[in-house]
Each structure stands twice: as structure tokens, then as C-alpha cells.
Design a protein around this ligand. Structure first.
Ligand code: GUN
Length: 295
């Protein structure tokens, strides 16, 4: 089975469009997402634009603020402080990575946890770890949604996560071992620091590759019949492409395909789900705001 993330993301967006119409009609609150891009990372520019475009499709309000590379941390924090107070903005996203002179933690901590639709604030991380709700980072939330909507059971299975980032590795592991119908897996986290990475990946019923190295996982690294979730988005030189590059995953798709029971392609797998979950989190933030506001 090839898991079609694009199609599943579209279904979620249709569902969200309906729910948004309903929220606006009942409460007058239109969900709003503010996106901040600092610097001129071309991949980040593409991501931010596609996030705003998706908002428009679903009926959410969005704004993009782009600041130059040399912007001070203080100026970034001021933009966030203004959005924290702005009642038309329910979600705030600062695109990462930030320029080196800006402290990422300070920026993440400045976002009000109720507007932290990325789920990166320690308050939301703490809620995830303790299993008491809060905003879940979009890529891991998207992976769980892909598994659920593809009827892939996680309960009792051995999930091996390759990668330990705050954006993907840590949160997806935390989601999948929780005692819940969408979790209940046995989870191993490994990473590029492992002496023998293959020793772990070969044991996975479900392998989640979030390494950031093109084609790192090959047929020799997996157990036959495994489910493969490829989180990688790597630019590789491709002279046959108009842009001069193409996007490939962390998994060598052609090599593993004959041996897997299910796999997410790149592009068209996890990527579109990240955006769908961002919209979903923004909707939830607005709904939470509407509930408080109406009480
Ligand atoms: N950079 C790569 N992935 C993400 C993400 O999910 N959120 C933000 N804010 N930046 C990112």
C-alpha cells in the first residue's frame, strides 16, 4: 500500500473548511494564523507560502510577516508580543530554522502557549509527555492521522523512530507509546549516533525515518513487511529537473518498495499532512478562544 498523504490531507482540509464555516456562523470568530519568516532561506519561503495558501483554501485568515536576515532577536520578540495580544490571531508560527544570532528557545518561549500551533512551547511539550492534551507538533500529529486513516494499527507494535529532533523524533515517540487507542506501541528511539543503526531499524514493525539524510534507509535496513513512514525532505541535485534539484526522502523508496507492507512517498506523503495539521491546530486555537470569549 502506498499511503497517499496528499489525498488524506485534502480530506482533512475539506472537513476543516466545513467546521470553520460553522464556527464563523455560530461565534463570529474566523480562525487566524500569523506566520513569521526571518531571512531568505528558499525552502522556508516555499513552506510559509504554501501554509498561507492552504489557510485561504480552508477559509482561515492568515498573515505573513517577512523580516530580513539581520533582524535582531528583540525585534522578532516584539512581533510575537503584538500577535499574542491580537484577538484576530489565534495561531502563531515562526518558521524554523532562524538565523544563527537569534536564540530559537527565546522565540519559542515568547509565543503564548494557547497560540502555539506548532506545539513547540515547553508547556505544550509537557502536556504531550504527560498525556493531557495541548497542541501537538504538526508533523507527528500528521503521522498519527495518516496511520489511523490508513487503518494501520500501532497498538502492541514495535515502532522504531530514527531521529531525535524536537520537531519530529521526540514528539512522535511520545505520541505513539501513550496508553491510547492511537498509540499503545512499544517505541525505540535511535539516531545517527547509534553504533549499529541497522540493528534497530531491522526490528521495526513501523519505521519512522526523520534523519535528514537523503536515501539513508535502504532495503538492507528494514524488516520485510514493515510499514515505512518517511519524514525526510531533502533537496538533491537533479539536472533533469527545471529547478536543478528534486526532493527525496530519508528512505531509498525504490530499494525498499518490494519489501514493505505500506510506505509514504516523498513528496506526497507526510509533507501535506504537516500543513493539514497546522490548519487543524489553528482551528482548535480559534475554537478554544471562541469558547472562552463566549462564556
Ligand atoms: N521547520 C521545519 N518544520 C517546521 C515546523 O513544523 N514548524 C516550524 N515553525 N518550522 C519548521
Amino acid at each position: 500500500m502506498i499511503i497517499n498523504g496528499k489525498e488524506i490531507a485534502q480530506i482533512i482540509q475539506l472537513e476543516l473548511a466545513e467546521k470553520t464555516k460553522d464556527l464563523v456562523a455560530k461565534t463570529g470568530v474566523k480562525p487566524g494564523l500569523a506566520l513569521l519568516l526571518v531571512g531568505d532561506n528558499s525552502a522556508s519561503q516555499v513552506y510559509v507560502r504554501s501554509k498561507a495558501k492552504a489557510c485561504e483554501k480552508v477559509g482561515l485568515h492568515s498573515i505573513i510577516v517577512t523580516l530580513p536576515e539581520h533582524t535582531s532577536e528583540k525585534d522578532v520578540l516584539e512581533v510575537i508580543a503584538a500577535w499574542n495580544k491580537d484577538t484576530t490571531i489565534h495561531g502563531i508560527l515562526v518558521q524554523l530554522p532562524l538565523p544563527k544570532h537569534i536564540n530559537e528557545t527565546n522565540v519559542i518561549m515568547a509565543i503564548h502557549p494557547d497560540k502555539d500551533v506548532d506545539g513547540f512551547h515547553p508547556i505544550n511539550v509537557g502536556k504531550l509527555v504527560t498525556g493531557i492534551g495541548g497542541f501537538v507538533p504538526c508533523t507527528p500529529a500528521g503521522i498519527v492521522e495518516l496511520l489511523v486513516r490508513s487503518s494501520i494499527k500501532t497498538s502492541g507494535k514495535h515502532v522504531v523512530v530514527v531521529g531525535r529532533s524536537n520537531i519530529v523524533g521526540k514528539p512522535i515517540a511520545n505520541l505513539l507509546y501513550q496508553k491510547s487507542t492511537r498509540g499503545n506501541a512499544v517505541v525505540t528511539i535511535c539516531h545517527t549516533g547509534a553504533d549499529d543503526l541497522r540493528h534497530y531499524t531491522k526490528q521495526a514493525d513501523i519505521l519512522i525515518a526523520a534523519i535528514g539524510v537523503a536515501h539513508r534507509i535502504t532495503a538492507d535496513d528494514i524488516k520485510p513487511g514493515a510499514v515505512i513512514i518517511d519524514v525526510g525532505i531533502n533537496r538533491v541535485i537533479d539536472e533533469s529537473s527545471e529547478k536543478g534539484y528534486s526532493i527525496v526522502g530519508d528512505v531509498d523508496y525504490d530499494s525498499v518498495l518490494p519489501y514493505v507492507s505500506a510506505i509514504t512517498p516523498v513528496p506526497g506523503g507526510v509533507g501535506p499532512m504537516t500543513i493539514a495539521m497546522l490548519l487543524s491546530n489553528t482551528f482548535t486555537a480559534a475554537q478554544n478562544y471562541a469558547n472562552v470569549y463566549r462564556e
